[in-house]
Design a protein around this ligand. Structure first.
Ligand code: WQD
Length: 338
């Protein structure tokens, strides 16, 4: 509720920064921990310009056990939203140790300090990746968690299990939000996605190609069993995704959770193919995109989009933006990058 102090780890990242804005709009006091390994400190200015409230910021690597312990001794926290993690699927295959250390060891330190300091609630950034290629579409929260196709996906599965085990023996209550594909940018164009290096994800590669920073987009396969042969995903506007975190946090603060740990799929419920994205991007931004079809990317699933019934009914949350607005905002954000 208003006035509660919420720790947002990774709060200067893409989803984290948009969530901080929504938290501040709802009257929460926010403190951010970020190690700045995959973002820029200027994001803090962007947040402040949007809300006129400068969040407290602590530069901290969650791998630093002593520093994390000191942080929790110095701050009384009412809830944690945990984004801080490495998130590139391909990189995780090449460098699994980085992912298990950065995503799992840090979660363990965070949870230990939450338990030691009686911090009561946790919202965990999870992913639809835990489902792999689901047998049934749209995907419900009861879909079986399948063996992860990447260390990144495995860290999300293991993370959920670690949290679940803790909630069984501690007063902490938790919600895992299983994101589908977050895209777009805040309509102020003051915060957005900042992929460092060559973008791994589709939308930043699309916008950088349209901006002439990339020669052309490679479409990874057009021989999937989908309407146009390209893979299908559920692209959700990052502001809609941010708002889902507020609904989940309020559910825990108000004690409305039905079990100690809950899981919600956060998507629009609509599947869009890669060619759909290309066509909508070109139309809504009146720009031609250069692309070619190449081989499939290892580890990609054919189709994933959410059954959003549980989140709609239990969280009282529903995505408001469609693909058009998300791709329009992504392009406006790209145009602002120097
Ligand atoms: C989307 C579609 C590609 C790039 C991953 C993680 C997920 C989340 C989002 C962090 C796929 C195709 C992509 C390109 C392409 N991670 N594509 N050309 O793999 O669905 O999800 O990122 O928050 O947890 O699993 O997202 O954007 O990489 O790919 O054709 O240059 O676009 O094959 O079909 P993905 P993506």
């Amino acid at each position: 509720m208003k006035g509660n102090k919420i720790l947002v780890t990774g709060g200067l990242g893409f989803i984290g920064s948009h969530t901080v804005v929504e938290l501040q709009k709802e009257g929460y006091e926010v403190i951010i921990i970020d190690d700045l390994s995959n973002t820029r400190i200027e994001v803090l200015d962007g947040i402040t310009k949007i809300t006129n409230i400068r969040p407290e910021f602590v530069k901290l690597d969650l791998k630093e056990k002593e520093a994390v312990a000191s942080f929790f001794k110095e701050h009384k926290i009412d809830g944690v939203i945990h984004f801080a993690a490495s998130k590139a699927v391909g990189e995780s295959v090449e460098n699994p140790i980085k992912y298990y250390e950065n995503n799992i060891a840090t979660l363990v330190y965070l949870l230990k300090n939450m338990a030691d300091n009686n911090v009561p609630h946790l919202i965990f950034s999870s992913s639809c990746t835990v489902y792999g290629q689901a047998d049934e579409l749209p995907i419900t929260e009861n879909a079986p968690v399948k063996r992860a196709e990447s260390p990144y996906g495995n860290t999300k599965q293991i993370g959920e299990e670690i949290i679940h085990d803790l909630t069984k023996v501690n007063d902490i209550t938790a919600i895992a939000l299983r994101y589908f594909n977050p895209i777009g940018a805040h309509d102020s164009v003051l915060i957005g996605e900042l992929p460092l290096g060559v973008p791994q994800n589709l939308i930043p590669y699309v916008t950088q190609t349209a901006a002439g920073l990339r020669e052309e987009l490679s479409v990874f396969g057009d021989d999937y069993l989908t309407p146009d042969g390209t893979a299908v995903r559920d692209y959700i506007h990052v502001v809609d995704l941010a708002k889902a975190h507020i609904c989940a946090l309020q559910r825990l603060l108000e004690g409305k959770n039905k079990t100690k740990m809950e899981y919600f799929n956060v998507g629009t419920g609509t599947g869009s193919s890669v060619l759909d994205v290309i066509n909508v991007f070109q139309k809504v931004n009146d720009i031609a995109l250069k692309y070619k079809i190449v081989d499939r990317r290892e580890g990609d699933v054919t189709s994933a989009y959410a059954n959003t019934k549980l989140a709609n009914e239990e969280l009282g949350w529903k995505a408001e933006f469609g693909l058009e607005e998300a791709l329009r905002s992504a392009w406006q954000w790209q145009l602002k990058q120097v």
